[in-house]
Design a protein around this ligand. Structure first.
Ligand code: DUC
Ligand code: ZN
Ligand code: ZN
Length: 471
């Protein structure tokens, strides 16, 4: 038989078109698309279903080291399982360097953590914290050659924040090697200043996390990152943009012809600063950086998605358990928001939220949904067209969606290591019922059928978006 599997009778959508056809799969690849592909060892009935490229979440944190006493809620097994239930077939977490560490060793250690643990495919970005001559001259160029073609730099956080000259040096290596730089844009000194003042005034509850990093903190850093990138002539991705003022910086830079890309996340569409104002420590559940803003910022982030200013919609999944002294209830965190672990879970809810709030409410088309959640991630990070689309020759990474299924999001439905979801009680319409990785189901009709180790590490090519202007 020509096919191992045929997905029959569904509505297929890619980033550019929607059509009814069968999907023929052999040896893990899509080998035919057509109206009636005949017989196969297995026929999967997808009538009344959408057949979409599996989601690619290019911004997740899994098993990442944090400050002493803090443990991330997901390892590779739980994080990738949750992602699979959320309709994803690939995630891109970060291999994080700490000061004094060899980046090559960090990558090796991260591979060891992921080995035989993953339910879906993974690839790693690098986080650069220690900008030494050895890193710039040898390690980084060698790692880019080996398929680690994107790295994140932080403009804030103790031990992670890079100075402007360090940013320039890293950007310069990115330009030379064709890597894509992802920037966490918040002004470290401004945050420290405001945090000190708030603490001196006794304002230490979780809600003051948002007060300590207001919009100008993000806007200024976004502007500075763009200016530094302009000096080097290197494209950059501003990750987790939370508001219109930071977005305007991207718009202005593009109007000058710069290659500046943007990403936003569910928390900036659905949550506000008010969510951090809970009883006792409840607000800690929503502490993430940049913090959620207000309704006007949410509306502007939707505009950014609609207008293509944001090409990526990622979860920034960064889970810490709530009811846990190694998580959000870290004892020190009760003395000040300064110590509350930053980050919220979201890898399992990203796709249903954008489908329901975006496609369901007429804000974006189904094809824009596919682009924002799968195809653009593959293109941006050097995985396309093997990943991120439904086309002959692509990996058979597919999510089958019931577009009518109504679900109330609740922690009881989640599969990761966290003990809460920030979206508890949110009603959504549309749900990924089955997820297939390279032709094999990981989740089928809502049940786990894959196993740890089915997912593989994928080395990436260079991003076509990372090509300098030549200025
Ligand atoms: N930045 C992220 O990208 N994720 C979580 C925390 C942070 O500051
Ligand atoms: Zn960040
Ligand atoms: Zn992140």
């Amino acid at each position: 038989m020509a096919f191992d599997t045929i997905i029959r009778g569904g509505t297929v959508a890619t980033a550019t078109s929607t059509f009814s056809c069968d999907v023929g799969i052999a040896a893990g690849k899509i080998t035919a698309l057509g109206p009636d592909l005949g017989q196969a060892a297995e026929i999967v009935d997808a009538s009344d279903m959408l057949v979409l490229p599996g989601g690619i979440d290019s911004h997740v944190h899994i098993a990442q080291p944090s400050a002493p006493g803090i443990v991330m809620a997901d390892d590779f097994a739980s994080g990738t399982m949750a992602a699979a239930f959320g309709g994803n077939t690939m995630v891109l977490p970060f291999a994080l360097q700490q000061k004094g560490e060899s980046l090559r060793q960090v990558v090796k250690d991260y591979h060891a953590k992921a080995k035989d643990q993953c339910y879906i495919d993974v690839s790693f970005h690098l986080i650069i914290a220690d900008v030494t001559d050895g890193l710039l001259g040898q390690e980084l160029p060698a790692l880019v050659k080996d398929g680690y073609t994107s790295f994140k730099v932080f403009m804030t956080y103790e031990g992670l924040a890079l100075s402007d000259i360090e940013m320039l040096k890293v950007m310069s290596v990115a330009r030379e090697t064709g890597a894509l730089v992802m920037v966490h844009a918040e002004n470290y000194d401004a945050i420290r200043f405001l945090t000190d003042r708030l603490e001196q005034a006794g304002k230490t509850a979780p809600k003051y996390h948002a007060t300590s990093r207001p919009i100008p903190v993000e806007r200024e850093a976004t502007h500075r990152a763009i200016s530094l990138a302009e000096l080097i002539d290197v494209p950059i991705m501003i990750v987790h943009v939370s508001n219109g003022e930071a977005m305007e910086e991207i718009v202005r830079a593009r109007a000058r012809g710069l290659k500046i890309y943007g990403e936003t996340c569910p928390q900036y569409l659905l949550l506000t600063e008010q969510d951090l104002d809970g009883l006792n420590m409840e607000g800690a559940k929503y502490v993430c950086s940049p913090p959620p803003r207000d309704k006007a910022s949410q509306a502007t982030c939707w505009d950014g998605l609609q207008q293509g200013i944001f090409s990526l919609f990622s979860s920034d999944h960064c889970p810490f358990r709530y009811d846990d002294p190694q998580g959000k209830l870290l004892p020190k965190g009760k003395t000040s928001f300064r110590w509350v672990p930053n980050g919220i879970p979201g890898v399992e809810t990203r796709l249903p939220i954008l489908f329901s709030e975006g496609v369901g409410k007429g804000r974006i088309t189904l094809n824009e949904f596919v682009a924002l959640t799968a195809t653009n991630h593959a293109e941006t990070y050097g995985l396309y067209p093997v990943k991120g689309t439904i086309a002959v020759g692509s990996d058979a990474d597919i999510a089958i969606w019931d577009p009518k299924r109504q679900v109330t999001i609740s922690q009881s439905l989640m599969h990761g290591g966290c003990d809460y979801t920030p979206y508890e009680g949110l009603e959504v319409t549309g749900w990924p019922v089955s997820t297939m990785l390279r032709g094999k189901f990981v989740v089928r009709d809502g049940k786990l059928v894959g196993k740890a180790g089915d997912g593989a590490y994928v080395a990436r090519g260079k991003s076509p978006l990372a090509v300098p202007r030549g200025a």
